[in-house]
Design a protein around this ligand. Structure first.
Ligand SMILES: NC(=O)c1ccc[n+]([C@@H]2O[C@H](COP(=O)([O-])OP(=O)(O)OC[C@H]3O[C@@H](n4cnc5c(N)ncnc54)[C@H](OP(=O)(O)O)[C@@H]3O)[C@@H](O)[C@H]2O)c1
Length: 503
């Protein structure tokens, strides 16, 4: 249901950067075109470079024309541009925040008093911005709300996440902080909750009696695309697994919340993270596998290996592939492995949750098939195809009793459905004060606790890392994570992709 939103001001720090240009400006424009922005909302772009307002509006319009090369809704563009103002924030100018305070709160200010600050700056930059805002009173909620959106990474390990939080909590209360994980804004990710909690038929089988294991995969065909300075210090475990994939795990494994209110939802997610069996340092190699892409062929082109990329140390052991086996030690999931993996320079861009069921207690139809029994799978495609697929056995038509896999496919998308980028929904949530899809600090800390031992061991073991050719599905040794020989990575949602031969 569409809510009428209070007027508000959106201040974007880093408005001239990549995130703003590629994601925030288009997402806000989509909301404008759909008539979903509050009527009297104003947007203030802040960045270090000086710009006149006209030049800034050109930047906004050009960003949009690049996103929508086939044309823009010009009326919406006019409305959108009318909302924008620009304010430069040179780093060494001590008067910036006092002037900003005057602009936003001075007696003649037109900016609505409810303010959301979006930190679209590098993580090292925002603690000082928050401090400056606080020092001039711009975070005080005496006349309207103040909300601050921060982008991941939320620290580099548990300690740094706690240090970052200590800095933030000096100036902000927890409900004022919106830790964004844009993955959670994707419609199919939210569909995991709808799928689980509005369909009764799943609940009786959603447990260790029926589920053999769960796989959560995010694969990318791209390499690091010139971002060595960031990636060398991050790696696949921090970049994708500790954040996005662990979030998906919580949605698959959580108990039904009391209500869909933010705190109830987040309480249940935290309980899952807290129930993950800790991995002692001496068991890291049995639970985690890392790899690095070597040169190979990706997208029909020969591409260099990770250590040949510009800015990467020739002896780097930063992982571009990471896989984990986790156990959620609670009543529902005891003994069910959750396999998570992510990698760059893999053969496909895709994200999916694949749930494999156990075999029937008796193999009554052994004679009706060739090869080993085929289990049921429930698969949720997150990207590029938003879909739900259930694989079952059925009789092949004909005189003989033979079985084969059939799949029940539901494409969640139907013709005419609205299609918004995750950022549109999340920005709207911040304006509405809905924190359900944002991470609470105990969630962030619990996720770091799970991967911290792995980070420690990998940072000490720097003499070897497995390689995989670019364009392949990752290092072969990753199969050692599986509990049994009949478990294997599901590389594709297509039945023929479900085997070991796709290397
Ligand atoms: N790019 C993406 O698609 C993406 C996706 C997900 C998450 N993120 C996260 O989003 C954040 C921003 O990433 P980005 O790729 O957009 O970085 P970016 O391209 O470096 O943009 C940051 C912008 O902020 C400016 N800036 C630095 N200090 C500032 C200050 N005190 N006040 C105002 N502006 C300031 C920078 O200017 P200078 O360059 O002159 O310093 C730059 O224009 C990061 O936390 C990143 O992890 C980005």
């Amino acid at each position: 249901m569409t809510k009428t939103l209070e007027p508000c001001t959106l201040v974007i720090f880093g408005a001239g950067g990549n995130l703003s240009r590629n994601k925030l400006i288009p997402a806000l424009f989509d909301l404008e075109a759909a008539g979903r922005l509050p009527e009297r909302m104003l947007i203030l772009g802040c960045d270090v470079m000086p710009h006149q307002r006209e030049a800034w509006l050109d930047f906004v319009a050009n960003s949009l024309r690049r996103t929508y090369p086939d044309g823009l809704n010009e009326t919406a563009l006019q409305r959108f541009c009318a909302r924008w103002h620009y304010f430069d924030t040179p780093i060494d100018d001590m008067t910036v925040y006092a002037r900003l305070q005057q602009l936003l709160e001075g007696t003649n200010s037109d900016f609505p008093p409810n303010v959301m600050y979006y930190m679209a700056v590098r993580p090292s930059a925002f603690p000082s911005i928050v401090e400056h805002l606080s020092n001039v009173g711009l975070l005080s909620e005496r006349n309207g709300w103040r909300r601050v959106v921060i982008e991941k990474p939320f620290g580099y390990d548990l300690l740094s996440a706690q240090a970052m939080q200590a800095g933030l909590s000096r100036h902000l209360t927890e409900p004022q902080i919106y830790r964004i994980d844009h993955y959670l804004g994707k419609a199919t990710v939210q569909n995991v909750l709808v799928f689980r909690f509005s369909n009764l038929l799943l609940e009786p089988i959603w447990n260790n009696h029926y589920i053999d294991h769960v796989q959560i995969t995010h694969s990318e065909t791209l390499g690091i695309e010139g971002r060595a300075d960031y990636y060398e210090g991050a790696g696949a475990l921090r970049d994708m697994l500790q954040s996005h994939l662990m979030q998906l795990l919580t949605l698959v494994a959580m108990e039904p919340p009391v209500t869909m209110e933010a705190e109830h939802l987040r309480d249940e997610k935290v309980k899952v993270l807290q129930a993950i069996r800790p991995i002692p340092q001496n068991a890291v190699n049995a639970h985690a596998f890392r790899g690095q892409y070597a040169s190979g062929v990706a997208g029909g082109k020969t591409v260099p290996g990770y250590r040949e990329e510009a800015g990467v140390a020739p002896d780097s052991t930063t992982e571009t592939y990471a896989a984990l086996k986790l156990f959620v030690d609670n009543w529902r999931w005891a003994g069910v492995p959750f396999y998570l993996r992510t990698g760059k320079r893999l053969p496909e861009n895709s994200s999916a949750i694949c749930i494999r069921f156990k075999q029937p207690p008796q193999d009554l139809l052994k004679h009706a098939r060739q090869g080993p029994p085929q289990p049921n799978w429930i698969m949720l495609g997150i990207q590029p195809n938003e879909c739900l697929r259930i694989e079952m056995q059925a009789k092949v038509p004909g005189l003989d009793l033979q079985t084969r896999i059939v799949s029940l496919d539901a494409n969640s998308r139907q013709e005419g459905d609205e299609d918004y980028d995750a950022y549109s929904g999340l920005l709207l949530d911040v304006m509405q004060g809905d924190r359900s899809l944002f991470l609470r600090i105990d969630e962030v800390e619990a996720a770091w606790r799970v991967v911290d031992p792995i980070i420690k061991v990998w940072s000490m073991e720097r003499d070897f890392i497995s390689e995989y050719p670019a364009g392949s599905w990752g290092p072969r040794g990753t199969y050692r994570l599986f509990d049994r020989n009949d478990q294997f990575w599901r590389h594709s949602l297509e039945p023929e992709g479900a085997d070991l031969q796709t290397y």
